[in-house]
Ligand binder design. Sequence first.
Ligand SMILES: Nc1ncnc2c1ncn2[C@@H]1O[C@H](COP(=O)(O)OP(=O)(O)OP(=O)(O)O)[C@@H](O)[C@H]1O
Ligand SMILES: [Mg+2]
Length: 285
Amino acid sequence: MSRRVPAALAIAGSDSGGGAGIQADLKTFAALGVYGACALTAITAQNTQRVSRVFELPPDLIAAQIDAVVSDIGIDATKTGMLATAEVIEVVAAKVRDHGLRPLVVDPVLVAKSGDRLLREDAVQVLRERLLPLTTVLTPNLPEAVALLCRPIASWDDVREAAKELVALGVEAVVIKGGHLPAEAGREGPATDIFYDGRSFHEFPAARVHTTSTHGTGCTFASAIAAALAKGEGPRAAVAMAKAYITKALQSAYPVGRGQGPVHHFFRFWQPRALEGPELRRKTS
Ligand SMILES: Nc1ncnc2c1ncn2[C@@H]1O[C@H](COP(=O)(O)OP(=O)(O)OP(=O)(O)O)[C@@H](O)[C@H]1O
Ligand SMILES: [Mg+2]
C-alpha cells in the first residue's frame, strides 16, 4: 500500500493579488510536494501595491473549515498567518488544542509589507497567551518581535535576548527574521535569520536579493517550514530547508504588477518565458 502524501493546513487570509496569504501558502505546499488544505480567515482586496479592503470572516466559519479538513483529510502540519482579531485567535487556538494540530507554525502577521495593519492591537496579548504556548515554530520579523515583547530591539544581542524571551512564552522554537535590522555602516545587511530552540542558537545567513519582488516572503517562508515539518523534519532542519527555498524563490522572481511583486514559488518547475513567448513564436513561424 502506498504511503499517504503529507498534508498541511494553512489558516490565513486571501490575497486577491495571488502573491501572499493563502495563495502563497498553497503554492509553497504544492511546490514542496505537500498536499495543501486551507481555512480562510479573511478576504482582502489587494494587489502588489496596497490592501484596499479587508473582510473578516465569522469565527464559526473559520472553525467549520478547520473541522471539515481535519475530520476527513488528516493534517501533518499547520500554519497560521493573518488571524485579524482576538476572537479568531481564541477560536483557532481552541481548534489547535482540540484536534492536536501539531506541529504548528505561527507567523505572527501584524502588518502587511505595504504597511496596512492585519491584526488588531488588542489581539496581540491574546496571541501571546493563547497561541504561543501551542506553537512549534514562531516566525516573527523584528517589528513583530518588538510588538510581542513590548520592548525595542536594536542590536544582534537584543535579537538573541528576544529569542530567549519568546521561547520563555511557550514556543518550542523561534526564528527571528533579520531583514528589518538597521543596516550597519549605512549598508544594507545580509538577510540573516536567527533560530533558537531553547538549547542553542543557529544563524541562517543569506545574501540579500536586490529585488522589488518581496510580496509574500513571510507567508512563503512560514509555509515552507510547515511543509518540511509535515514531511517529518525537526524545527531546525525545517527552517534550513525553508531558508534555501525562499532565497531561491526570491532570486527567481519575475515581474508581476507595478508594486512589490511575488516570489517565484515554482522555480523548480518552470522559468518565466511569458515575455519572450510571442517574440519567439513570431521569429519561428
Ligand atoms: N531581499 C531579500 N533577500 C534575501 N532574503 C530575504 C529578502 N527579504 C526577505 N528575505 C528572507 O525571507 C524570509 C521572510 O522574511 P521577511 O523579513 O520578508 O518576512 P516578513 O517581514 O514577515 O515578510 P512579509 O511582509 O511578507 O510578511 C526570511 O528568511 C528573510 O531573511
Ligand atoms: Mg510577515
